[in-house]
Design a binder for this molecule. Structure first.
Ligand code: FAD
Length: 384
């Protein structure tokens, strides 16, 4: 299954074009990528971690869209920073290099500051992990995996209105589109992949939507007013002319964020699932968190929490195993528990002593043996 893409799977198993297009659109919105770029096995594993395909798009109980956060998702980071203590959080300091030895970890940052610790948890998206220099370098399998685990593309837009006209007309505000609507030169399809009702808890009406994947990249070459015009015209096909009178239209192209690189999540290319466990296998003193290392709701905030808790327990297991409960131990990968310390690849200096030194001694012994008569003569000569 890992040798085929989702596109192949859809063509094999879905008999109508409409069913195929719905799945292609859902993949665009969920991964920001095309079905033809995504491993079928990865998609199935991803869906397994979300209790099935439908819950990824569902607003009902346990669905991905069940809950919204009052005041926006940044509330989580802001509240956590108060709990942790702002003085413990270092912002605007990108990590450039992570070096580890038998004694600890040394982290270098872009502006020259160095940090040291016994262990480190790296909680970055795979594309950003790949930009960091590791010394010793990560295993070849891990590096190959990172190279073939790209992030998708979404441009998000929010349109605010004086009234939620769509509700008055009996619409939910949800649109799923395989590129219908107004097409501009250089774009294969219309701009919209999906929209949702994003009316705030204060009752300010809004629609949120996405320009996703290849089509989103193509529309990115147009200017904002052109995109806005096309988005509104496309929405008017679904809901009528009132969509042309918004209060505001704002966009966010997540591909422009230097340390995020794309949106909403990563999608694996075919052929790499055999090494997928590398994504969370500790490497010496380096432990891995971040939503892409989660086994449940991978790519979502829930997955990021699961991965963070698991990585913290793994480090605690090395530090203070006596503090862990039986339930904690269940969370830790068996592999981590079996090895008391998973060593990084040997330091190159080790070769100097384990390989070069014995060879040097053998060579010296051989030279002494073959030249022994010569030395003896010289010695006798000196004595004489
Ligand atoms: C537009 C959008 C909408 C989304 N909607 C939802 C949603 O509705 N529900 C949901 O569950 N999930 C949603 N997600 C996904 C969710 O945001 C992620 O799953 C979650 O943020 C992952 O958390 P994380 O801690 O793994 O990584 P991130 O939140 O990506 O955090 C990684 C951090 O590492 C930093 N970083 C990167 N490189 C370096 C470096 N070299 N040195 C130091 N720091 C670095 C980054 O700046 C970033 O702050 C959405 C994502 C996007 C972009």
């Amino acid at each position: 299954m890992d040798s085929i893409t989702m596109e192949t799977l859809l063509l094999r198993h879905l008999s109508t074009k409409m069913a195929q297009d719905i799945m292609r659109t859902l993949i665009r919105v969920t991964f920001g990528t095309e079905a033809s770029q995504l491993s079928a096995l990865y998609f199935l594993a991803f869906s397994n971690g979300t209790h099935g395909l439908l819950s990824q798009f569902s607003s009902s109980l346990n669905g991905a869209r069940e809950l919204r956060i009052k005041g926006g998702a940044q509330q989580i980071a802001l509240e956590l920073s108060v709990k942790i203590g702002k003085e413990c959080i270092i912002l605007n300091t990108p990590v450039t290099e992570i070096e580890q030895s038998e004694n600890g970890v040394r982290v270098s940052t872009r502006f020259g500051k160095i940090y040291r610790s016994k262990y480190i948890i790296v909680a970055l998206p795979p594309t950003e992990v790949h930009r960091i220099l590791f010394n010793p370098s990560l295993s070849l399998k891990h590096r190959q995996l990172l190279q073939r685990y790209p992030v998708g593309h979404l441009t998000k837009f929010i349109i605010t209105y004086p009234k939620a006209f769509w509700r008055e007309k009996g619409f939910s505000g949800e649109v799923l589109s395989y590129g219908g609507g107004k097409v501009e030169r250089g774009c294969d399809a219309g701009p919209i992949s999906a929209t949702y009702d994003a009316t705030t808890h204060h009752g300010h009406p809004a629609i949120v939507g996405y320009m996703a994947s290849k089509s989103g990249v193509q529309w990115n070459s147009k200017d904002t007013s052109c995109r806005k015009q096309s988005v509104l015209e496309t929405l008017s096909y679904f809901w009528g002319d009132w969509v042309h009178d918004p209060i505001d239209y704002v966009e966010k192209n997540w591909g422009e964020e230097a340390y995020v690189g794309g949106c909403p999540t990563h999608g694996m290319s075919p052929g790499m699932m055999v090494w997928f466990h590398q994504i969370r296998t500790p490497f010496g003193r380096i432990y891995w968190a971040g939503t892409e290392t989660a086994t449940r709701w991978c790519g979502y905030m829930d997955g990021a929490v699961q991965a963070g808790e698991r990585a913290a327990l793994e480090v605690l297991y090395k530090f203070q195993p006596q503090t862990l409960t039986a339930a904690d131990l269940d969370v830790i990968d068996l592999q981590v528990r079996r090895s008391s310390f998973i060593h990084p690849p040997p330091d190159p200096h080790i070769f100097r002593w384990t390989l070069c030194l014995p060879l040097f001694l053998i060579a010296m012994g051989w030279a002494a043996y073959t030249l022994r008569r010569h030395f003896w003569v010289i010695g006798v000569g000196r004595i004489a």
